[in-house]
Design a protein around this ligand. Structure first.
Ligand SMILES: Cc1cc2nc3c(=O)[nH]c(=O)nc-3n(C[C@H](O)[C@H](O)[C@H](O)COP(=O)(O)OP(=O)(O)OC[C@H]3O[C@@H](n4cnc5c(N)ncnc54)[C@H](O)[C@@H]3O)c2cc1C
Length: 508
């Protein structure tokens, strides 16, 4: 192994792999150091017996048709290597008295909402019109900050000239409202609580309920979900990471597995390389950390060398919650027994704030249940299926999820049995995965599943920048802009590689 390269990336999450591929394609000699024995971080899969499970992925946004991430795949020349199943309906809500399917497109969702509340047709139409306009504002903002050709080629290209001309005014509205929570932002649009609740019903994807989650980020995520649709990868999520790894290697890069980094070498405030767990040193002109930002600034480098105001800012940021999952292998095809869609959210009511309070108490008020074998049967033996139950907990809960984990898993299964009777009789394998397990798997601080919590003060333009006070040390992944999500992490690596690529070209 060469000990001098152009770029070292710490961590092979999609944020790291994406930055690595972008820079390898720009002619840089790149090495990715990953502590685990597989690449992909959260975007990886693992077998239990004859069943295969994803660590994280329920759905991905914008990876097909003209989605923004698809344009990044195109730019990286890997688009034809990745195939996806469209998810529609996107999700079905199960409430005590009814089920509501949320179609995976603006048009479908708008129609479903009007069918549910015909008296509020005008209100719903206005709500959607504004959402679509706001989504265009997000694309224009992205274009201004990133200046990317491939964004230009995608949805941005479809924005009408009039919208672009009026952006200075609408953009100002955004800026003025950027610190609002979802609840407050949606109140500008509608007084009808049910309309707002349906649009924000997938708040668990942000890890915070509407009164706590950033309004701007909610609009960005939900309009992405409905505007660019959602997908599940053919094969499993590992396939995406593997395609990135192969492309990095085709571009003379290297992905070193089982190669944890224990130190970033910094001299005179300039990052110069890394020291691996086994003591090996690798030197580089650029170091990119895709690892947890808290680990990066408190363990991989001496925090005393960082400016005090940067560390003060960092200490005020709050990490997101951690996942509590139950991976289940079933001896029957659950899709034929009442679980006909990819994903269901089980709710007690539309009181999402109460739901979150119950999570803080360590209870099981709601959960997501999804069965990827519905789309990809190869994840289980013929006639069998998989089911993944997910909720999330803060690190400390009143009923401690550590000691109560078997009971919690039992309650989660019971909740799903409201829809699929006798589910328990068909469980062949069951594996519980807690915030502690994610912490151990990716060294993500206290199992934070989404990087920093998606509150208004920590989202989008307020998230950590990709540049750091240490020269030549950069960040990629969900702790930095744009934020949470697999495709978002890919975008973050792409944005960084473009910015660094420009600098490299200038030097020559
Ligand atoms: C349970 C769960 C469900 C989710 N569901 C979805 C979903 O359905 N759709 C979606 O889009 N997003 C989902 N997310 C969010 C999404 O997975 C993340 O936002 C995204 O994967 C983050 O990618 P990343 O590159 O920032 O980091 P990570 O995936 O966390 O990768 C970081 C990598 O760095 C490595 N590393 C850490 N420290 C070191 C070190 N010192 N040396 C070497 N390597 C190191 C880790 O091992 C890891 O491989 C989910 C997350 C979780 C946890």
């Amino acid at each position: 192994m060469q000990n001098n390269v152009d770029v070292i990336v710490i961590g092979s999450g999609m944020g790291g792999l994406s930055a690595a591929l972008g820079l390898a394609r720009a002619g840089q000699k790149v090495v990715v150091c990953e502590r685990n024995s597989v690449a992909g971080g959260n975007c990886s899969s693992f077998p239990i017996g004859d069943y295969t499970f994803d660590v994280a992925v329920h759905q991905l946004t914008g990876v097909d048709d003209n989605g923004n991430c698809a344009q990044v795949f195109e730019d990286y020349k890997i688009k034809d290597k990745l195939k996806f199943f469209r998810i529609d309906p996107f999700v079905t809500l199960i409430l005590p008295d009814r089920e509501i399917s949320l179609p995976g497109s603006y048009e479908g969702l708008e129609k479903a909402m009007i069918d549910l509340a015909p008296d509020h047709k005008k209100d719903i139409r206005r709500f959607f019109k504004t959402m679509i306009a706001w989504r265009q504002d997000i694309l224009i903002t992205g274009r201004i900050f990133q200046g990317k050709k491939s964004v230009e080629n995608s949805n941005y290209g479809k924005i009408k000239l009039l919208k672009k001309l009026t952006f200075p005014f609408t953009g100002l509205f955004w800026f003025l409202n950027s610190r609002k929570t979802t609840d407050k932002l949606f109140k500008i649009l509608t007084k009808n609580k049910n309309i707002a609740a349906l649009f924000a019903a997938c708040w668990p994807y942000l890890g915070l309920p509407p009164k706590k989650a950033s309004g701007l980020w909610m609009v960005s995520c939900m309009s992405g979900l409905y505007g660019e649709h959602t997908y599940y990868p053919q094969g499993n999520s590992q396939k995406i990471a593997d395609v990135f790894v192969s492309a990095i290697e085709e571009n003379q890069g290297k992905v070193m597995l089982n190669s944890g980094v224990k130190e970033i070498i910094v001299k005179n405030n300039i990052a110069q390389g890394v020291v691996l767990e086994n003591g090996q040193k690798i030197f580089a002109k650029t170091v990119i950390s895709n690892a947890d930002a808290i680990q990066t600034f408190t363990k991989l480098i001496d925090p005393d060398i960082l400016p005090k105001n940067y560390m003060r800012k960092l200490s005020k940021l709050t990490p997101s919650v951690g996942p509590f999952k139950v991976f289940i292998g079933l001896d029957f095809d659950i899709a034929k027994h009442g679980f006909a869609q990819h994903e269901y959210f089980f709710y007690e009511s539309f009181d999402f704030e109460e739901c979150y309070e119950k999570f803080e108490k360590g209870l099981v008020p709601c959960l997501s249940a999804y069965s990827p074998t519905h789309l990809e049967p190869n994840l289980a033996p013929k006639g069998h299926s998989t089911l993944i139950l997910t909720l999330f907990y803060p690190w400390q809960t009143e009923r401690d999820w550590r000691s109560a984990k078997e009971q919690i898993a039992h309650e989660m299964i019971q909740l799903v049995e409201k829809k699929v009777k006798n589910l328990s009789d068909h469980i062949v394998i069951k594996k519980i995965f807690t915030p502690q397990d994610l912490n151990d798997f990716s060294l993500s601080h206290r199992g934070a599943m989404y990087g920093w919590a998606n509150s208004p003060e920590q989202s989008l333009i307020y998230r950590l920048k990709q540049t750091t006070p240490i020269k030549n040390l950069h960040l990629s992944g969900h702790w930095t802009i744009p934020g949470t999500g697999i495709t978002t992490a890919i975008m973050s690596g792409w944005i960084l590689s473009k910015a660094l690529g420009k600098k490299i070209k200038k030097k020559f």
